[in-house]
Design a protein around this ligand. Structure first.
Ligand SMILES: [Zn+2]
Length: 387
């Protein structure tokens, strides 16, 4: 039977509805899929058969029967393929391989010696070659690669500007697709982290969240009604450059008083009497563990400033959850009470109701897992329909 473009589109949408309901609620009978999706039983049977043929869905044991024959239960075949998740930071490159449920099966991290695009790609290739030896055989193999970068990325996967890497106008998606012969997605690191936490971490049960990535700067991933909000041209989330001090310190962006100067690792530089000291979060966390007053005071100020910026985000977006991630998460015991106090004092009363401030559940893995998930969801969205 020949079907029209519209019919093919409807079928594709229905098929992904069926797959989604199985992924989220498995084990599930065909009758339950029909009830959950609102599709009739014949359509569900048809689409389930295609998904079984694609080996994305498996029939498992028999379920409970309400009388009559026991139904066969359906499960998502999470090991039908594997995805690569990559996070590029100023200091290091991390690559993980995950199954189709975002569970890490292999991981590698290497320090970055320099930020040249060519050296970075070469290192990625070496790491991938090693990691691929750890991928079990599967029907679909390596289905794609998702990358999180510390900078602004457009919808075509070009890195427009990543000041900390010194990158401007790098066609990263195209270069990686040529290098690896795989579909590649590129996203900002904070968006990738937000997606990771939304799918598998502290944001699993909510539809509206702001993920604040606090490291050598601040970026935010904003999720509205379950979808990342990227703005008109993809540059939303540059919250680190929100003005919090009207006549504050000058910022590398050309403005002044930017949030990240006071509430990220950049604040350490202003705190050090001896600039030769190591100004990492690990250093200050150790100082705080030893109850050094200077470190306690530093984290109090950072906590308060984080609270001020988060207040602005909460009043603007009314999220259910704000998740603090990135290196600063390690300072949670010292910053958390101050973040909470400022947010409680300053946010509007209606916005504060039911608002929860959390710290990333996936730890340092939010962005790599989110990047891998972007590749997985693109792959599942491409699942063909037979016409
Ligand atoms: Zn700035």
């Amino acid at each position: 039977m020949k079907i029209t473009g519209d019919q093919a589109l409807v079928k594709r949408i229905n098929k992904s509805l069926v797959l989604d309901s199985i992924r989220q609620h498995a084990p599930l009978s065909r009758t339950s899929v029909s009830r959950l999706t609102g599709l009739n039983k014949a359509t569900v049977s048809n689409l389930v058969q295609e998904l079984i043929d694609d080996q994305l869905v498996l029939e498992s044991g028999e379920g409970q029967s309400s009388g009559g024959r026991k139904p066969l239960m359906l499960e998502f075949n999470r090991t039908a393929g594997y995805a690569a998740g990559v996070e590029l930071t100023v200091n290091e490159l991390t690559i993980v391989l995950t199954d189709l449920e975002g569970e890490i099966i292999a991981r590698q991290m290497m320090p970055l010696q320099d930020h040249q695009v060519s050296t970075t790609l070469e290192l990625m290739q070496q790491m991938m070659t090693r990691l691929l030896t750890e991928v079990p055989a599967s029907v679909h193999g390596l289905i794609g690669m998702g990358v999180g970068v510390p900078g602004m990325v457009d919808a075509l996967g070009n890195v427009l500007f990543a000041p900390n890497l010194g990158w401007e106008g790098v066609p990263l998606r195209v270069e990686l697709e040529q290098l690896f012969g795989l579909p590649v997605t590129i996203d900002n690191e904070a968006n990738a982290g937000a997606i990771g936490e939304l799918q598998f971490g502290a944001g699993r049960h909510v539809r509206n969240l702001v993920y604040v990535s606090v490291g050598m700067g601040i970026g935010s991933g904003i999720i509205i009604d379950g979808e990342p909000y990227k703005g008109a041209r993809g540059y939303a989330g540059e919250t680190g450059h929100m003005s919090v001090e009207a006549y504050g310190l000058p910022c590398s962006c050309g403005s002044r008083g930017c949030w990240e100067l006071y509430a990220s690792e950049l604040a350490y530089d202003h705190a050090l009497r001896d600039p030769l000291l190591d100004s990492t979060t690990a250093y200050w966390v150790q100082q705080a563990e030893w109850d050094e007053p200077e470190a306690i005071e530093l984290f109090r100020r950072i906590g308060e400033y984080l609270g001020i910026g988060i207040t602005n985000l909460v009043n603007s977006f009314n999220p259910e959850v704000v998740i603090i991630g990135g290196h600063m998460r390690q300072a949670q015991p010292w910053i958390a009470p101050h973040v909470q106090t400022v947010v409680s004092q300053r946010t509007l009363p209606y916005h504060r109701q039911k608002l929860v401030i959390q710290y990333s559940e996936l730890g340092d893995q939010s962005a790599v897992i989110g990047a891998a998930y972007a590749a997985i969801s693109q792959f599942l969205g491409r699942v063909r329909v037979s016409v």
